[in-house]
Design a protein around this ligand. Structure first.
Ligand SMILES: NC(=O)c1ccc[n+]([C@@H]2O[C@H](COP(=O)([O-])OP(=O)(O)OC[C@H]3O[C@@H](n4cnc5c(N)ncnc54)[C@H](O)[C@@H]3O)[C@@H](O)[C@H]2O)c1
Length: 353
């Protein structure tokens, strides 16, 4: 994992919606350079390259042969991530993979193993973890200020139109989206739930398709979780809730509770008030200027991607693992697969210890 240059070369595979955030993020990082992009859709690849002032490479193998590319970001439909990440890792490229890592645990594990075998780093995109407020909550939980964690709830009451699902053939399919509102829209908050509260022991869930007639996957889900540490949790998620509210995470402990709405900390209350709490509430309520994707997926900002890409660039230059490894990225996928299994079987799903 040696890096001789002082700038890290990036290439983006898949030049669709999220790739715009990738390009903006990379181009704002001082020690990073966007060397090339590739897409199976030639027109899209060429126009994206023109717009972002970079090279369009029409064959993946040609891109992988370029020694100036150190990192490949995978921004293709979810169920194709392994078909891009595996050859890229075999070619010695570090991988930043969009969420979910893949659509099944088997395919995600194949990516993780290939990166390990080829001694390249793998970062799973969960940009929300990099937020200042999320980091503050994490530190506060780890320091024990909440006391025993009691309840956690994650809500994604969003709206996605018929046009959204029609905007690309892979959306809302089991094979390429890997599921519906849970796997696509809610995976970020599910990752935060696991990151902040801990691993699940058991889940029971209902899923259904309530409004988007014709989709294979769920547009609405509700799950009850028992965590390994004894806390209980609920996930409520839908893309049928007009007009779409900010996503919400509530965590309550024996000694304090918080509520996070998108990137705004709207409650921060503990039984014992600390001198800094008022300032935390004041700043927290303003938020971090991240745009919500509650009603429109294109409205989301790229600040989180920038922080995560910066971490990968530094990881390479410093010869260390990126902060969100493939194993970390796999956790939310495992919980979502457990939720689907419970909804299918009508039984609770127990996670192996
Ligand atoms: N982190 C986030 O907040 C976030 C937000 C949106 C999307 N995503 C994820 O990003 C991925 C892409 O989503 P999107 O909304 O940009 O999709 P999109 O349909 O807008 O773009 C996907 C692009 O990939 C191309 N493509 C398909 N197969 C390919 C292949 N084998 N090789 C090269 N190019 C290929 C398509 O032609 C298309 O241009 C998904 O996994 C999605 O879950 C993440």
């Amino acid at each position: 994992m040696k890096q001789k240059r002082d700038r890290v070369g990036f290439a983006i595979i898949g030049t669709g919606t999220v790739a715009i955030r990738h390009a903006r993020a990379i181009q704002e990082i001082e020690c990073a350079e966007l060397v090339a992009v590739h897409d199976v859709d030639t027109e899209r690849c060429l126009s994206f390259a023109r717009e972002h002032n970079t090279e369009a490479v029409l064959h993946l193998q040609d891109l992988l042969a370029n020694d100036h590319i150190d990192v490949v970001t995978v921004a293709t439909p979810s169920g194709t991530h392994s078909t891009v990440a595996i050859p890229a890792a075999k070619a010695g490229k570090h991988i930043i993979c969009e969420k979910p890592l893949e659509t099944t645990l088997e395919k995600a594990d194949a990516i993780i193993e290939t990166c390990k075998e080829n001694k390249v780093y793998l970062a799973a995109i969960f940009q929300s973890r990099f937020g200042r407020i999320v980091q503050l909550i994490k530190r506060t939980i780890d320091a024990g200020r909440f006391g025993k964690l009691i309840l956690a709830s994650a809500q994604v009451k969003w709206y996605r139109s018929v046009d959204y699902y029609a905007s690309a053939g892979w959306r809302g399919t089991w094979e390429l989206d890997g599921g519906g509102v849970l796997m696509n829209q809610s995976i970020h908050i599910i990752d935060l739930l696991l990151y902040l509260v801990g691993n699940p022991r058991e889940v029971f869930a209902y899923t259904d398709l309530l409004t988007h007639t014709g989709l294979e996957v769920e547009d609405t889900a509700c799950a009850a979780i028992r965590f390994e540490n004894g806390a209980m949790g609920v996930i409520e998620a839908s893309t049928s809730c007009a007009p779409g509210f900010p996503r919400k995470l509530e965590i309550s402990g024996q000694n304090g509770s918080i509520v996070l709405e998108d990137d705004r900390l709207i409650r921060w209350q503990f039984t014992e008030e600390y001198p800094e709490d008022q300032e935390i509430r004041r700043k927290g309520e303003i938020g971090e200027g991240l745009h919500s994707g509650a009603g429109d997926p294109k409205a989301a900002g790229y600040k989180g991607h920038k922080q995560q890409f910066q971490d990968m660039a530094r990881a390479i230059l410093e010869n260390r693992e990126p902060l969100i490894s493939g194993r970390e990225g796999r956790r939310a996928l495992e919980l979502i697969c457990g939720i689907y299994e419970s909804a299918r079987s009508g039984q609770p799903y127990r996670f192996s210890e």
